[in-house]
Design a protein. Structure first.
Length: 216
């Protein structure tokens, strides 16, 4: 089994989150063994995959502002999945689907080649200790997997509050034949999450990156 990019956490599921997980209206997609059709799920919409949405506060806000995009939001943390489902239904968003799964497994098994219009990876777990760097999401191997599932000129938006990880992202992606891009100014499209606010309060600088899938 490959190294996990997350630490499995229990986390208490509140009654509201449990109820949101239990609705069965098709917004929560099960991890399957075969590719599923993005076109059937989001007819006519370009689809963005968000890896690791946390509580989903920013995800729901962005999806509300971007009805012209389909959003597949994947995380492994059950309480956050419940929160996002609750938000999506409360706001009445129709362009969001949610999965409780390792996004790398979703990419490998369910996402067809060259199908995603974009990827969002905001504040992936920093794994600050040197012996844990191998658990970081942005590696050459994962950049190849993500690149293989992305359309030509598709985007990969990243943000991190960890300077060493920002350097790693730039180093990996600048060397990678499937990606070109670099640091960009922070866009107001991305709302400040609690996670980001804590980083800013603690004096860490946030780096935003945007990469494009190169021509095949
Ligand atoms: C530091 S949090 C940031 C959450 C959110 N993007 C924000 O800005 O508040 C990182 C999130 O990534 C999730 N995560 C880590 N590895 C993942 C993976 N392979 N697939 C899906 N989610 C993952 C974690 O469960 C966690 O919720």
């Amino acid at each position: 089994m490959s190294i996990r990019t997350y630490k499995p956490r229990r986390g208490r599921v509140t009654p509201r989150q449990a109820a949101a997980l239990d609705v069965g209206d098709g917004l929560l997609i099960e991890l399957g063994r075969t590719a599923f059709s993005l076109k059937d799920e989001w007819p006519g919409l370009p689809v963005i995959l968000e890896i690791g949405f946390g509580t989903g506060a920013a995800t729901a806000m962005m999806a509300g502002r971007q009805p012209h995009l389909g959003l597949l939001a994947v995380d492994v943390h059950t309480p956050g999945i419940g929160d996002l489902l609750h938000r999506v239904r409360t706001i009445g968003l129709t362009n969001v689907r949610v999965m409780e799964a390792d996004a790398l497994e979703v990419l490998r098994t369910m996402i067809p080649q060259g199908s995603l219009a974009g990827i969002r990876t905001y504040f992936p777990d920093p794994w600050p200790k040197v012996r844990h760097h191998k658990r970081r999401l942005v590696t050459a191997e994962h950049a190849s997997l993500i690149g293989s599932r992305t359309v030509t000129s598709g985007t990969w938006d990243l943000a991190t509050d960890w300077a060493h990880y920002a350097d790693q992202m730039i180093d990996v992606l600048n060397k990678h034949p499937m990606w070109e891009g670099g640091a960009v100014d922070r866009t107001s499209d991305r709302p400040v999450t609690r996670y980001e606010q804590t980083a800013l309060d603690q004096g860490r600088e946030v780096t935003d990156l945007r990469y494009f899938r190169t021509i095949r």
